[in-house]
Design a protein around this ligand. Sequence first.
Ligand code: TXA
Ligand code: MG
Length: 351
Amino acid sequence: TRSWSVEPDASSAHPFLAEAGAILAQGGIVAFPTETVYGLGADAGNSKAVEAIFAAKGRPSDNPLIVHIADMEQLDELVDEVDPISRRLMDAFWPGPLTLVLPARPGTVSPRVTAGLDTVAVRMPDHPVALSLLRAASCPIAAPSANRSGRPSPTTAAHVHGDLDGRIDGVVDGGPTGVGLESTVAVVERDGGRIRVLRPGGVTVADMRRVVPDAEVTSETGAEDTEAPRSPGMKYAHYAPQGRLTVVQGKMERTVPWVRESLAEAKRSGEKTGVLTVLEHAELYEADLVMGCGRANDMNAVAKELYAALRRFDQAGITYIIAEGYESADGIGLAVMNRLNKAAGHRIVKV
Ligand code: TXA
Ligand code: MG
């Protein structure tokens, strides 16, 4: 597995990106930064290359991939028609952390990408390195998050190396990612009246309502829902740390004593304990690992640091983890709670 370090604003003329792009064009698999998380890319039209992604990740083959594009000409190759609402969403949020599910043009992307569906999920990432690499490869790139299946998505190149070294051709290191959680996945219903959010992310329900006030926006996966049948990926256990993780919700006066007592009890029974909290609460707890992740009033910072924090528990061999739930389950907070609750396998305690 090669490693290419580039500045976060590198152009497609950069020799490392030209080299990585050529490897992609020839059917190789290469990880690269986006504004959300690191992706593991392959030529979306090359079934063998796409199969190599599933093999490297250990990903179930019925979970389709997102196709990444650098410009609107590439979109025309991939999809049959774009409805006016999807068009307005693209105009407003591309490049950016919004994936749109659209009717696939038959025969352009590998059926391994769409898992046999007649739709294709497409996004234009808002990261200069990703866009430059896509241009260097000059083909649409299918890319899931660059983690082993079931692990938290990678937000640094080091996370990618930790999960996938020896399994992939290379990693383009463009520094830590921005949003820290995967893109919002949405689909506009055929009659055009409704936008369904299949996975919450950096583009929020409120953002979309602002741009298309005439359409209804519904979220199929709230912070706690387990499944959205139309986004096959939502049914798999995800982002799970190796320790047993429980999310606690409620008012601080009640949760803090409960968390302290639970940690102490777990410690007595021989567990290695961890707590995931916000920086201002870190002092309140005693555990083998206390992770202060962002501040309570800054959900963007929490989103950015969440996956790295979950990985730290594994590195420290923590067997019992309690995470404080966040109060603001709207905006990016909805995506944070969605990922956290999934990481906990939906073990949620209301105190
Ligand atoms: O931010 C992101 O979206 C990152 C970066 C690398 O771009 N990618 C990512 O990919 O998170 P992945 O494969 O981990 O998640 C893709 C999600 C899955 O939940 C999958 O089920 C859904 O998109 N998806 C893909 N194609 C779909 C389709 N045709 N219809 C419905 N859902 C689809
Ligand atoms: Mg993923």
